[in-house]
Design a protein. Structure first.
Ligand code: NIG
Ligand code: FE
Length: 411
């Protein structure tokens, strides 16, 4: 079981527990969503950036050659976390807006009056690519320290050719998975959303399709209608991109049906999704990405996560990290919200931000599990039981993050 090692081997030994989503199916749904295999007194052996073996310490053969060791005594290993929905490409902040919201202003009204997303667009356009790169790397490092070893990053705060393409380049250069959120909002230099989309599809999409893996659209009052989103998604699909949607955040306009119509990878938010939408999603292969930090931050209703999971929908959870609706980079905190607000068991929350999130990013064959052949991405929790991931509210429990077989961060 330890054959084939060479230079660059890393052994994490004497772990209190190793916890990984069971099985090999992705996405995990129904009963499988909550099936996590736990091994007490465990090890993980990595080589060449991949996991080559894992199991109980009693099964560990004597290792020969040079092996770097990490002492896992008192720690629990889980797969490196996968954040499948973030908006890290921005400059400036929205702390003023946050203070106004604390005093009663609503996110929708700030957006409608030219604040919100468009205020971040102004700040982001005012910087250059080097500043944007530094910001994305800073945000990536915050995520890494919270246990995220794979992140998706959306553009969407440029909404002009130069800043949108720069955003996609910076995500890729920071090691992330770039998504073109070309349809986030219509910027003020266009007469209306139709005119903006015509420009975006003609002038930005051809190059965006080379840089990004997926396209995303915000279907919402004050953003884009279902009909506008349909045109945009069709063009993006024809250009070879996978599809994602922001849908049912405030109003149920038909984003779930549209996601199913296009065979999108995911439809994200779903705070306003009703029973019919739940059933439609459960009968489809589209993943429902739940963003409880955003609902909490905006004091909005939580998405119907339990109903979705019980109906057999494939669900993932993500941070939605962004400066306006969710200034939160922590998937462990999102797991706490998943258990306390979405009523997902800790095991369901873990699967939702590992295997299922990896599936949304088209990486379920190599991310999200502790199993031979998978990327050697691990989070070591300073806890006696892996479920402290969700239990320790805002806790300082990330001891070490291993990424592609190397210690990327340790406390
Ligand atoms: O997913 N809803 C649209 N987009 C982001 C928020 C962007 C912002 O407020 O800057 C979201 O919540
Ligand atoms: Fe978002």
């Amino acid at each position: 079981m330890t054959e084939g090692r060479g230079a660059g081997a890393l052994l994490v030994r004497d772990l209190a527990q190793l916890a990984t989503p069971s099985g090999a199916e992705a996405p995990a749904r129904g009963k499988a969503l909550g099936e996590v295999e736990v091994i007490e007194r465990a090890f993980v052996l990595c080589e060449g950036g991949r996991i080559v073996a894992s199991g109980a310490m009693s099964q560990l053969d004597t290792l020969e050659g040079e092996v770097e060791e990490v002492d896992g005594t008192g720690l629990c290993a889980i797969p490196g976390l996968v954040d499948c929905h973030t908006h890290p490409c921005f400059l400036g902040d929205r702390v003023e807006e946050f203070a106004l919201r604390a005093g009663g202003a609503t996110y929708e009204k700030l957006h409608a009056s030219g604040g919100g997303i468009l205020s971040t667009v102004r700040a982001t356009r005012a910087g250059d690519e080097a500043e944007l790169q530094a910001a994305v790397e800073r945000h990536r490092d915050w995520m890494l320290r919270a246990g995220t070893t794979t992140f998706e990053g959306k553009s969407g705060y440029g909404l002009d050719r130069q800043t949108e393409l720069a955003s996609l380049r910076t995500v890729a250069a920071a090691g992330g998975v770039p998504t073109w959120l070309g349809a986030h909002a219509a910027p003020p230099e266009f007469d209306d959303a139709d005119a903006y989309l015509e420009f975006a599809v003609a002038e930005v999409l051809p190059e965006a399709a080379r840089l990004a893996e997926a396209a995303d659209v915000f279907v919402e009052e004050g953003a884009f209608t279902v009909e506008q989103a349909r045109r945009y998604l069709a063009a993006c699909r024809d250009a070879g991109l996978e599809l994602r949607l922001h849908g049912d955040q405030f109003n149920e306009l038909g984003a779930v049906d549209l996601a199913v119509e296009f065979g999108a990878r995911s439809v994200d938010h779903l705070e306003a999704t009703g029973e019919v939408g739940v059933r439609t999603l459960a009968e489809s292969d589209v993943v429902g990405v739940l963003l409880p930090a955003s609902a909490l931050f905006l004091d909005r209703p939580m998405p119907p996560a339990r109903a979705l999971a019980d109906a057999g929908a494939a669900v993932a959870v993500a941070t939605d990290f962004n400066p306006g609706s969710a200034f939160c980079e922590s998937l462990p905190l999102v797991c706490t919200l998943a258990s306390t607000q979405l009523h997902l068991a800790p095991a369901e929350a873990l699967t939702a931000c590992t295997v299922n999130a990896a599936h949304v990013l088209g990486r379920a064959d190599r991310c999200g599990r502790i199993a031979p052949g998978f990327d050697a991405d691990l989070v070591l929790l300073d806890a006696p039981d892996w479920r402290h991931l969700a239990y320790h509210l805002g806790g300082d429990l990330i001891a070490t993050v291993i990424q592609r077989g190397r210690v990327a961060w340790t406390c």
